[in-house]
Design a protein around this ligand. Structure first.
Ligand code: F6R
Length: 243
């Protein structure tokens, strides 16, 4: 694992965007695995800046997002489809047919999960997967549990995730109860993985996930077994690392 320590969120975002840009410059038809959440927003802003400056061309990439809520239409402002359009796709004029997010309103979620795994396989696999890190070590919607789920699958959200998300919805009843997420196997199959972490709130889980034992109770710990992982973090998120 490669740890890249940066001073602050802006520097973390620039470094992560540079790594993604170098991937796309060297392989313009890369398949990029993308994440939502607050951490990668600055990275997406930086990619948009590079595209606008003429330093980066994203028109040849395909993208595959990690996850999506069940029951939210693509135009719902809390859906991950909407998030990706807002933060990246529409801002760089990416042809939406080259972008992929699990379909949370598919009539048959199991069939949608199978379709999504096959789609990634048919694209030739993910070249670079961007990940954020949950406070409990989750990646995608793979929460702490007794085993490492393999493929894309349907998950019941935990009460704590539902409560945490309820701030973004008018009523708690509106908060989705389920999501579709790439599995740990799907994530581990990516050729390269880039994790972004910032803030003191992530310091303990960064240490536990990347320096502690590999266990499905800390899903991100499995990344210790991946041959090409880069973790870009700010000084606060790295403050408990022993090096
Ligand atoms: C996002 C995702 C989540 C987030 C994680 C960290 O698609 O799958 O695993 O990466 O919850 O979220 P933030 O960045 O908001 O701390």
């Amino acid at each position: 694992m490669r740890f890249i320590r940066t001073n602050d969120y802006a520097a973390m975002s620039r470094k992560a965007a540079n790594i993604i840009a170098s991937q796309v410059i060297l392989k313009p038809d890369s398949v990029l695995g993308l994440a939502t959440g607050s951490t990668p927003i600055g990275t997406y802003d930086e990619l948009v800046r590079m595209v606008n400056a003429g330093d980066l061309d994203l028109s040849g990439v395909h993208t595959a997002n990690l996850d999506e809520y069940v029951g939210l239409t693509h135009d719902h402002d809390q859906s991950y489809h909407y998030f990706m359009n807002e933060h990246l796709f529409s801002r760089v004029g990416l042809d939406l047919s080259r972008t992929n997010v699990p379909d949370g309103v598919a009539a048959d979620p199991a069939a949608e999960c199978a379709r999504y795994d096959k789609l990634i396989q048919d694209l030739g696999g993910v070249d670079l997967q961007l990940l954020g890190l949950g406070h409990n070590g989750h990646i995608g919607f793979n929460e702490p549990q007794d085993d490492f789920p393999k493929g894309t699958h349907l998950v019941d959200l935990t009460e704590s995730t539902i409560n945490a998300n309820s701030r973004l919805f008018e009523k708690k009843e509106d908060v989705p109860r389920q999501a579709l997420t790439m599995g740990i196997g799907t994530i581990m199959a990516a050729r390269k993985i880039l994790v972004v972490v910032n803030g003191a709130g992530k310091a303990a889980i960064v240490k536990e996930a990347f320096c502690g034992p590999v266990t499905p109770q800390v899903p991100a710990s499995i990344l210790q077994f991946h041959p090409d992982v880069t973790i870009v973090g700010d000084a606060e998120a790295f403050s408990q690392l022993p090096f």
